[in-house]
Ligand binder design. Sequence first.
Ligand code: SAM
Length: 309
Amino acid sequence: MHTPVMLLELVDGVFTDPDGIYIDCTGGGGSHSFELSKRLSDKGSLIILDKDLDAVDRLRDRFKDCKNVKIIHSSFADILQIVEEDNILGNVTGIIADFGTSSYQLKDSERGFSFRLEGDIDMRMDRTQEFRASDVVNSYDEHEIFKIIIKYGEEKFARSIARNIVKYREGKRLDTTLELSQIIANSIPKKFHKYGISPSTKTFQALRIYVNRELEDIETLLSSVSSILKISGRFGAISFHSLEDRIVKKSFIEYAKNCTCPPLLPMCICNRVPEFKILTRKAVVPSILEVTVNPLSRSAKLRVAEKIN
Ligand SMILES: C[S@@+](CC[C@H](N)C(=O)[O-])C[C@H]1O[C@@H](n2cnc3c(N)ncnc32)[C@H](O)[C@@H]1O
């Protein structure tokens, strides 16, 4: 099972109307969706998206008896199109997103997300996609690999990791997650290995984000939510690292902006009104109890905003 992070904090933050239309952008194991669906009346409905077909199969099974729940294999980057096809543009009551990987994905060695388990260097969330992380580590040049690790992993030792990946694959392929992990561990001086944190964490994160275009998808989602939600509709998102959280926070600030005219102008000419009210002045983080029970929740941050115009 995937243990949901900030289950009630997210659902309480977004749920306002039992008759409403809700969208869960990242169905995963379905716990946030289940909590939402329990609260719906017969008139309410829930659309669940996931770009991972395994997750979609599990979700279809879990919600097979729920008439008002619809499950779609799709990236949340395509949410606008889905909403338009359903004729619910501007009528949605709540949208939730819980970014990152699920435990199902992490624990499946074949998926290649885990640096602890031997598997192919795959890391695709959507396995109908051709491009995988093994294409990056086996065919990109050193500078391209360096740029990915520094940009999406913020890894200090990106240069030496990229150099060693390219050196390793001379005359052979770099095939498995454990080979990659070993190269990374050898590229970071021992004194910089942190207790309890694998040296591979940031590099694996970087490859995963790059292969799945995760940040671009989040940007697209954030740029769509305003037209999808009705007035008083809410959007809530849980991020697991600063790159994701920065996009959510920046979009919220942009959406909540009032007049942007230079202060020296005698009157407003932009006529701008805030589209959203930010409901979480500071990001909500999991309780100490939750982090103790589920250490994977420790980096989670929840932000919620309400459409007001
Ligand atoms: C952290 S899990 C969600 C867990 C879920 N909230 C629960 O209660 O079980 C993230 C899920 O989002 C999916 N995902 C990641 N990027 C996606 C995208 N761009 N579009 C749709 N689903 C995505 C992953 O496949 C994964 O199943």
